[in-house]
Design a protein around this ligand. Structure first.
Ligand SMILES: *[C@@H]1O[C@H](CO)[C@@H](O)[C@H](O)[C@H]1NC(C)=O
Ligand SMILES: *[C@@H]1O[C@H](CO)[C@@H](O)[C@H](O)[C@H]1NC(C)=O
Ligand SMILES: *[C@@H]1O[C@H](CO)[C@@H](O)[C@H](O)[C@H]1NC(C)=O
Length: 386
């Protein structure tokens, strides 16, 4: 499981979701306790506006009608004002301070300005604001492989007093199908994905009373499969020939290979791209006697790439190349000489009609000797016999 060992966070658009509150104003007048029970049965709880930002959001979302709305704030004698999730009231937006005996908190829609908290008798009947399930603030991509993606997220702070799980769905944008699973963990590893394909992952929270939040989503394109069995086929002072096993044919989008090279000193580098589905390349114009680092990766038009495969090579010295060139030249000259000799004998015999029988026989023998020596790649003995 190589994909578990490397982790890197992609800057690729982690979904940002503004998860202030999911609010529902219930326009039925109830006592605070009855409102609390209603919210716990049908939503998550009475609203907990435990930061000034959430309080401001609550004022903004309260709706048009007049009158007070119960919120999840109550005065328990020793602890003072508390939210239904157990947190203390950390800011002051009271329109009027609490006289003794007034035990439950409301916001008033007839007041103006920011100070609209009103303490009221808990048995009074008012409409109320329930809070629904909220999704995680954002889903982070921890790792992207060719066939697996791992994600993590934080628990939504609003939900800390409720029991719930996460509904994680994986949708393939190409195959347009979707699977979902329930989990209590704040991370997930999806495997068995198609290389180089886009997927949308969504995480929502589902309470034990089956209230589901909006989803927080992130779209990720899986990587392409890296080339395997990379081989250096030949190398000399200025070029190297590489080949590998093609993995592009397994991806459902066309891909090709990018080969980048850079000398270890860093002063000579470049990039070459193969033709689609071509799994070999000859890099030329390299410097002699230099160590190069080569990176070979699969890439496609939509910007997906594989993990690069790294190869180190060391080009040979020019001198060896010169020697081998000279040797090849000598070989050529010898061959030409040989053919010339053959031709010479052959021509001589065919233009001497008086000796027909004998010499054509000789030249045939010579020819067949030559042919067999070329076939055997062993010309030295035959030539000395000539
Ligand atoms: C929510 O908080 C209240 C008050 O602190 C506590 O009594 C209750 O058990 C908590 N509920 C859950 C589900 O944690
Ligand atoms: C999870 O979410 C998906 C899509 O939002 C939904 O179709 C599915 O029923 C949910 N699963 C559960 C167990 O709630
Ligand atoms: C989509 O369908 C294909 C083939 O039916 C299946 O192999 C794949 O696992 C599915 N993907 C998801 C995310 O459900």
């Amino acid at each position: 499981m190589q994909y578990l060992t490397t982790l890197w966070v992609l800057s690729q658009n982690p979904a940002m979701v503004l998860s202030l509150l999911e609010l529902s104003v219930v326009q039925v007048r109830r006592s605070w306790q009855a409102a609390h029970a209603h919210c716990r049965n049908h939503f998550v709880d009475l609203v907990v506006a435990d930061t000034v930002a959430r309080y401001d959001f609550l004022l903004q979302e309260m709706g048009g009608e007049s009158g007070s709305l119960w919120i999840g704030l109550h005065n328990s004698a020793p602890g003072g004002w508390q939210w239904v999730d157990g947190g203390a009231l950390s800011y002051s937006r009271w329109y009027r301070e609490s006289p003794s005996g007034l035990m439950c908190g409301s916001v008033d829609r007839d007041l103006n300005g920011p100070k609209r908290l009103l303490p009221r008798l808990c048995h009074e009947h008012h409409a109320f604001v329930c809070q629904g399930a909220t999704p995680p603030d954002r889903v982070e991509v921890e790792y992207v492989g060719a066939d697996a993606v791992s994600l993590r997220w934080d628990r939504p702070p609003i939900m800390h007093n409720v029991s719930y799980s996460f509904n994680i769905s994986v949708a393939s944008l190409k195959a347009s199908n979707c699977t979902s699973t329930l989990s209590s963990s704040t991370s997930t590893l999806s495997s068995g994905l198609q290389p180089g394909s886009p997927y949308t992952f969504c995480v929502s929270t589902v309470t034990d009373t089956a209230v589901q939040s909006r989803p927080a989503c992130v779209t990720v394109t899986t990587r392409l499969e890296a080339p395997v069995k990379v081989r250096v086929d030949s190398i000399d002072s200025s070029s190297v020939s590489l080949s590998w096993a093609d993995q592009c044919s397994r991806a459902d989008t066309p891909c090709q290979y990018k080969v980048s090279y850079s000398s270890l000193g860093g002063d000579h580098s470049g990039v070459m791209i193969t033709r689609p589905r071509c799994s070999h390349i000859i890099l030329t114009g390299l410097r002699a006697q230099t160590e190069y680092l080569l990176n070979i990766s699969a890439v496609n038009l939509s910007g997906a790439s594989s993990v690069p495969v790294t190869v180190f090579i060391f080009t040979s010295a020019v001198r060896y190349a010169m020697v081998s060139m000279v040797l090849r030249a000598v070989q050529c000259v010898l061959l030409v000489l040989l053919f010339w000799l053959l031709c010479y004998f052959h021509c001589k015999t065919s233009y001497a009609p008086e000796k027909t029988e004998d010499t054509t026989g000789v030249s045939d023998v010579l020819l067949s000797n030559e042919l067999s020596c070329f076939n055997n790649h062993d010309c030295s003995e035959e030539r000395s016999g000539l």
